[in-house]
Design a protein around this ligand. Sequence first.
Ligand SMILES: CC(C)(COP(=O)(O)OP(=O)(O)OC[C@H]1O[C@@H](n2cnc3c(N)ncnc32)[C@H](O)[C@@H]1OP(=O)(O)O)[C@@H](O)C(=O)NCCC(=O)NCCS
Length: 211
Amino acid sequence: MNRVGIFGTSGMAREAGDIAWALGLEPLYVARDEAELRAWCFPAKVILEQDVDQYADIPFVIGIGENNIRRAVAERFKDSLSFSNLIHPSATFGCGQRDVLEQCKGAIVAAGARFTSGITVGDFCIFNQNTTIAHDCAVDSFVHVAPGANVSGSVHLKQGCWVGSGAVINQGSNTDKRVVGENTMVGAGAVVINDCEANAVYAGVPAKRIK
Ligand SMILES: CC(C)(COP(=O)(O)OP(=O)(O)OC[C@H]1O[C@@H](n2cnc3c(N)ncnc32)[C@H](O)[C@@H]1OP(=O)(O)O)[C@@H](O)C(=O)NCCC(=O)NCCS
């Protein structure tokens, strides 16, 4: 059985592992340090990050939900490892959209995610279970869309932003996309009806800036 390396040992990493199994790949988890290794009690092989270069012949993904940490790992290993995508077989795609995802590096697309069409996607994004990304969205790198979030058409998710579980981002237009700013966090269950500034936290219905 072919292997895929998965950075992380948390729930997000194990979710990525479930996608790997569904694709007929054996996950090889990567613990950051001895403490994380000792805490591992899951029936699958785990190695230490310091030994990862011994496995440079297999592809990797970064199963770490926190965008900044995922970005730091990607930066650390950009020259020594190759990163692939993990796309659950139950994810569905509109016309031409699967090819767009396949061109990405390090994308994790969980069970039940749906992309319609005309969507651009950067590297190392996570689209969690049952998310929907509608037509003509632009998703930059290191974005995380949490389970059950619905991103309407013509939305621009800027680099490093986080869309919380069950949140809704209302639609923009082709000439004026609805923007979630860089590194901004949208809380669980929020309904975003206006653009969100960068480096902020938004929550509520309708979503307001809380930090
Ligand atoms: C919005 C969020 C990022 C805020 O986290 P935080 O910065 O730690 O904020 P706090 O918990 O200190 O809450 C600050 C205020 O916002 C309110 N608040 C927090 N989350 C909220 C939410 N999702 N919707 C509405 N209000 C919320 C709190 O009640 C608190 O209000 P108060 O000041 O009147 O007491 C966080 O609560 C959240 O929703 N995270 C997303 C979780 C998620 O989607 N997980 C998916 C895992 S894959």
